[in-house]
Write a protein that binds this ligand. Structure first.
Ligand SMILES: Nc1ncnc2c1ncn2[C@@H]1O[C@H](COP(=O)(O)OP(=O)(O)O)[C@@H](O)[C@H]1O
Ligand SMILES: [Mg+2]
Length: 258
């Protein structure tokens, strides 16, 4: 049976002044698929995520998630549509503890529902208990029990990246956008992160879109790859095809041998 399309990117164009960051890019990701987006610096990868997340309105085109347009939605509506993300540069509350950061992820998910729940003390209380349970599950899943009560700022970079992943998971998403999840990590941290991403996909049944520079990680994890270069989609396909595509080698993969 043909898998259902979960995220449909249709002819998206974005420019900043004279710079065309994305030019009529289309891409479909199926439910439960792990798709990677690769390309040189400045290719438009983060811009695509920012578009999906409603940060930049595309000049043309549309983005459909589960068949509904998410264009121009406010952040809490994006969360309600089941989309969560991590950032290329970590965005956490550094002076708060790990648990507090993850609990904020839960509250983002609850949105207006949480506020109205607060009118009914009993219900709010029950919600808080179930939020706490969900957060503890994620902490266990990501193996960060030992640091759960520590301030994020006191933790190593690799663990901070894992906590950011935890915050996104705490939102209970159906689509997860990961912007360079292994950037700046050493070999061991990269392997851990790759393993967590595989486990998330398999155990939580999420659709994942991942921007990633480490080609080892991309080739191991991705079922489908889109290659961007100067805002244009220059290739799309399974990893084994992308790896030997001459255009891709010229624009991107060749870089690594230089
Ligand atoms: N907020 C912005 N204002 C102006 N230019 C931007 C902005 N965001 C991205 N760009 C430009 O758009 C292009 C694509 O950037 P980006 O999506 O961050 O690339 P990538 O993530 O692939 O490295 C770059 O030329 C970048 O300078
Ligand atoms: Mg980027």
């Amino acid at each position: 049976m043909e898998k259902a399309t979960h995220v449909k990117i249709k002819d998206i164009s974005v420019s900043f002044g004279g710079i065309v960051a994305l030019s009529a890019v289309s891409f479909n990701v199926h439910k439960g698929e792990l798709a990677a987006i690769i390309g040189p610096n400045g290719a438009g990868k983060t811009t695509l995520f920012n578009c999906i997340f409603g940060i930049y309105p595309p000049q043309s085109g549309d983005i459909l998630v589960e068949g509904k347009s998410v264009k121009n939605l406010k952040p809490h509506k994006i969360a309600e549509a089941g989309i969560a993300r991590t950032f290329q540069n970590i965005e956490l509350f550094m002076n708060m503890t790990v648990i507090e950061n993850l609990m904020l992820g839960r509250h983002m998910h609850i949105g207006a529902g949480f506020m109205s729940g607060a009118l009914f003390y009993g219900r709010a209380c029950r919600e808080e208990i179930s939020n706490r349970e969900k957060v503890e599950e994620i902490i266990e899943f990501l193996e960060i029990e030992k640091v759960r009560k520590m301030r994020v700022s006191s933790l190593p970079y690799g663990i901070q990246k894992r906590i950011e992943l935890g915050r996104a998971l705490a939102m209970g998403p159906r689509v997860l956008l990961l912007d360079e999840p292994t950037a700046g990590m050493n070999v061991e941290e990269t392997e851990d992160m790759a393993r967590f991403i595989i486990d998330i996909k398999e155990e939580m049944d999420l659709t994942i879109m991942m921007v990633e520079h480490d080609m080892g990680v991309v080739m191991d994890l991705a079922e489908k790859i889109m290659v961007l270069d100067f805002g244009l989609k220059i290739a799309e396909g399974p990893p084994e095809e992308i790896a030997k595509n001459p255009k891709v080698i010229r624009a991107y993969l060749g870089e690594e041998e230089a």
